[in-house]
Design a binder for this molecule. Sequence first.
Ligand code: UDP
Ligand code: MG
Length: 331
Amino acid sequence: MRAEAIGPRMPGVLPLPRAVPDLSFVIPALNEEDNIAETIRRVAAEARRLVASFEIVVVDDGSSDATFAAAKAQAATFPVRTLRLSRNFGKEHAIMAGLERTIGAAVVILDADLQEPLGHLEAMLAHRAEGFEMVYAVRAGREDESLPKRAFTRLFYAMLNLGSDTAIPADARDFRLMDRRVVDALCALPERNRFMKGLYGWVGFRSKAVPIRLEPRRAGASKFGFRKLFRLGLTGLTSFTAWPLRVWTSIGMAIAVCSILYGLWIVLRTLLFGSDVPGWSTLVVAVSLLGGVQLISIGVLGEYLARVFTEVKGRPGFIVAEDHPADAQQP
Ligand code: UDP
Ligand code: MG
């Protein structure tokens, strides 16, 4: 175990040395009071089996229940650091808040509902020993999801991968083991509109996928409804693709060419057969179609512009309201 000096850098005050654990766990939690204590216990039991030292960073993402208190109570027994964000900032930001505070040589991100079987950790660590800097879980099947959700997911990833320089695997999870170098690279990215599944791929490094079968949620309900997923999807598309912005040039050109050809045809027809006044239906269709196409393109522009706006404002992605370092001495 390495020792590293951290703490406030005040003149004349020696920073407290803090041991660097082999493994840090980051657990984002939103209203998980029924799960969090058991999750911490199981993670700690598995970690003790696999590594010499570890820490667990629980990030309470603005829960309205007793998640934070439940997590803090575990700090007496296990090396748990508890963070409370000032409100709900979303899973992506909660993960970042946790990652920034980890000090372990490697970091595992884990959901609080134990859907991801911890039994895979051993294999993940083995892959790390082989030299992989990132070992991520991909779900083996989506049988549990409804048909429309599966169709949406497939469409979303197809659209996403159309414009992204790095392939973003459709079934990858946040559940992953990352080397310290990967975590540092992720933390160094300045963007506020974060789509973690894209960023993991963007930072690169030697990566390995491990197929897993998800277990049902331990307690409570999923926090990702259609609205949240849709917003996350938009963040992903706007931060990893530019083709929705550019596609309008081609669409506009295609419509212009068609209009010119149609115009020529009308001139020719008038010359050959004379003019017949009707044509209002063509006009109405053309005007409303073009109106629709223009509004869509402006909407797409607006979506990107809104993201640029949030970046320019420079507000932090999250605000930490409370941060309790681990006080338990590791047995
Ligand atoms: N989560 C969070 N903030 C949110 C939404 C979710 O921290 O705004 C956490 C949640 O507590 C859980 C993890 O993210 O630990 C995954 O959420 P969930 O299980 O609801 O998603 P699903 O598994 O249904 O995709
Ligand atoms: Mg879940």
